[in-house]
Each structure stands twice: as C-alpha cells, then as structure tokens.
Design a protein around this ligand. Structure first.
Ligand code: NAD
Length: 344
C-alpha cells in the first residue's frame, strides 16, 4: 500500500507524459491537476487517471498538442472548442478567458465543447474563486454512459458533474459544491474494483436492474448501471448538465455513443460572476460569512461540513501525510514505465 509525497507524484506523472513526447509545460499542468485532486481527497480524479489518458492518446482520442480555439467572441459570451485537448490545458484557457471577461463585463458565459477529461470540476471553481469570482459549471461526459436515468431500464447518461464556487471574504477557503450527478463518481467504482472492495449499497444495479454492490458491474461486460443521486432530482440535473454543458456549447451529448473508446470528452458551460459588479457587494460579503456561521452553528462541535470543507481538510492532511495509492492502481501506473509504453 504505497504512500507518496505529492512532490514525487507531480514529477512521476509529468515524466510518464514527457516519455511519450507530451510537451513539458503540458505534462506539468496535467500532473499538477491530477495530484491536486488527490490532495483534495478525490483520488477518483487523481493520478490513477493517467493510464487511461495515455491509452486515449495512443488511440487518437486525446490530442496532447491541442489548444482551445475560439468559436464565438461576443464580449461577455465566449465559446471555445477544446479540440479533444487535455482538459487541464483547454479548461484553463477557457477559465482564464472567463475570468478576464467577468472582470470586464461583470459576468461571462463561457462554452467549452469537446475538451478531453476536465478532471475535478471544483478545480475550475477554485481558479475563479481565487480571482474573487463566483462560478457555476454544468458539464457532461461523453464516454461509455453508465448512469441510469430515473425510472429508466438502460443506462443513458454520463456522470455529468455540477459545480458552484463562491469566494469567501477575509481569507476563508471558498464554498465549492462539486459533485457527479450519479450517487458516486464513476471512477470511484474503478478504485473500489482495483482495491477489491464492494461499493456502498444503493449506488449501482446489475445488468438486470437489481441492486448490487460489486464494482464489476461497472467494469466488465455485461454492464450494470450507476444510479443518479436524489432520484428524479439528480437525474433531472444530469439531463440539464448535458443540455447546457454539451448541447448548448456545441459539444457531444451522451447520445453519441463512445463505449469502445478510451477517450473521455467533457463539454462544459461556465457562468462566471463578479460579485463586486452585481451591485450587492457589501451585503453579499456580510451575508456569506453570516450565513456560513449560522449553518455551522447547527451543532456545537466541528463535525458539520459545508461544501468545500472536506476538500480543505483532506488537503492539509495529505500535504502532511502523503497520498495513498492502492497496490493495483500503483502497478498500473508503474507499468507505464515498461519498455514499449514509453515510445507509444
Ligand atoms: P462527493 O460525493 O465526494 O461530493 C463532493 C461534494 O460534497 C463537495 O462539494 C464536498 O465539499 C461536499 N461534501 C463532502 N462531504 C460533505 C459533508 N460531510 N457535508 C457537506 N458537504 C460535503 O463527490 P462525487 O460526486 O464523488 O464527485 C467527485 C469528483 O468527481 C468531483 O470533483 C467532480 O467534479 C468529479 N467528476 C468529474 C467528472 C468529469 O467527467 N470530469 C465527472 C463526474 C465527477
């Protein structure tokens, strides 16, 4: 059960990418994003994604040199095509532009179609929050669609993440609500499978639609399905994430089946708001701190978490104690060093 310091993993992931001729600056951006996801406690979107990324590059579904191209520039409304480039690169390009435009206009609506995997969506909300901006993100996933719509009989949807980031004045970490619209993110099933552990009851069904806990139902044929969170509400939000994240931005919805490919495409609609320009800045700053205190006061110990707290706690803990990777996942990463893989 290896435990690694984040600095080692940053260097290790970047090296596996430069081994296959990914540009060093791109490799470093990808490595930092994946390691930061681990530090924030989301191993499902961390360094164990690397073998899949490298397989997608080999297949041609992930284009490591691609940059986002502007498809519409109308001031506060900007659209990009991600060109199946690393989400860590084209996502940053899109958010950088959104932050600049929100500074200029008070708000920016940013479309990003067909990026490769954007990773932990909370990272983009944190980028906006560091610039003092609120952001709202709707994203879809074009890959094998593992999620059963509410009352469905066959899986149809991606794990379509939704995220909101809200900066908190006075140096507090931002509120970041960031989740898959499935009960668990799909990659959590992969990690459970690698670790030989069952999933919690209520997350998945088998190929007959019966409740199941064995992650094999998401890993090998015949496939079962992941369930949406919150019954019809999560299922509805998932549909909205696909309609806004992909259909509205020119990206691929789950309708375009991608089950045999390694690539994971995300399309995302982001709305970035400058709270200073919205008019209620003073009230907003007071109310945010006041409301967060009010909710925390629901109990008199520190056990109640608000969105973003869990990630902050994990970050401090893992910076100090390191990042755990299960044996199987580590073997998959180490296999990338094997002769032949390095010359894909
Ligand atoms: P999750 O179920 O762990 O929920 C995370 C959210 O809940 C965070 O906002 C966190 O602060 C909050 N939270 C956690 N514990 C809490 C508590 N005790 N009280 C109050 N709030 C709490 O997340 P998930 O659904 O498994 O998603 C994990 C990650 O996967 C997310 O970062 C998401 O963006 C990412 N994801 C990405 C894709 C993609 O294709 N790029 C797809 C799906 C999910």
């Amino acid at each position: 059960m290896p435990i690694f310091q984040h600095s080692f993993l940053r260097q290790y992931v970047a090296a596996r990418l430069t081994d296959i001729k990914v540009a060093p600056d791109v490799a470093a951006m990808v490595a930092d994003n994946l390691v930061d996801a681990c530090l924030k406690g989301h191993d499902s979107h961390g360094v164990t994604m690397l073998p899949r990324y490298i397989a997608a590059i080999a297949e041609g579904g992930l284009r490591p040199d691609a940059r986002a191209t502007v498809t519409l520039d109308a001031g506060a409304v900007l659209s990009f095509n991600g060109g199946q480039g690393f989400g860590q690169v084209v996502g940053r390009q899109a958010m950088d532009a959104g932050i600049r435009r929100a500074g200029e206009y008070g708000v920016a609506v940013i479309g990003l179609a067909d990026a490769h995997h954007l990773g932990r969506i909370g990272a983009w909300a944190e980028q906006a929050a560091r610039a003092g901006l609120v952001s709202i993100h709707f994203a879809n996933v074009n890959s094998r669609s593992p999620v059963m719509p509410w009352q469905g009989r066959e899986p149809r949807l991606g794990t379509n993440p939704f995220c909101v980031g809200i900066p908190v004045a006075g140096g507090g970490h931002p509120v970041v609500l960031d989740f898959a619209t499935s009960i668990i993110a799909g990659n959590k099933a992969r990690l459970a499978w690698n670790a030989g552990q069952p999933l919690a009851p209520g997350c998945i069904v088998d190929d007959k639609g019966q409740p199941a806990v064995d992650p094999r139902w998401l890993m090998t044929e015949p496939f079962g399905a992941l369930l949406p969170f919150g019954q019809h509400k999560g299922s509805g939000l998932s549909v909205v994430c696909s309609l806004l994240g992909a259909a509205l931005t020119g990206g691929m919805t789950e309708r375009h089946d991608n089950r045999d490919k390694q690539r994971i495409l995300n399309s995302m609609l982001s709305i970035v708001i400058d709270p200073e320009k919205l008019g209620g800045a003073d009230n907003y700053q007071q109310e945010i701190a006041g409301l967060l205190d009010w909710v925390r006061s629901s109990r008199d110990d520190d056990a109640l978490l608000l969105p973003g707290d869990a990630e902050q706690e994990k970050y401090q803990q893992r910076l100090a104690q390191g990042i755990f990777i299960d044996d199987t996942s580590w073997r998959q990463l180490a296999a990338l060093e094997a002769p032949g893989v390095a010359t894909l």
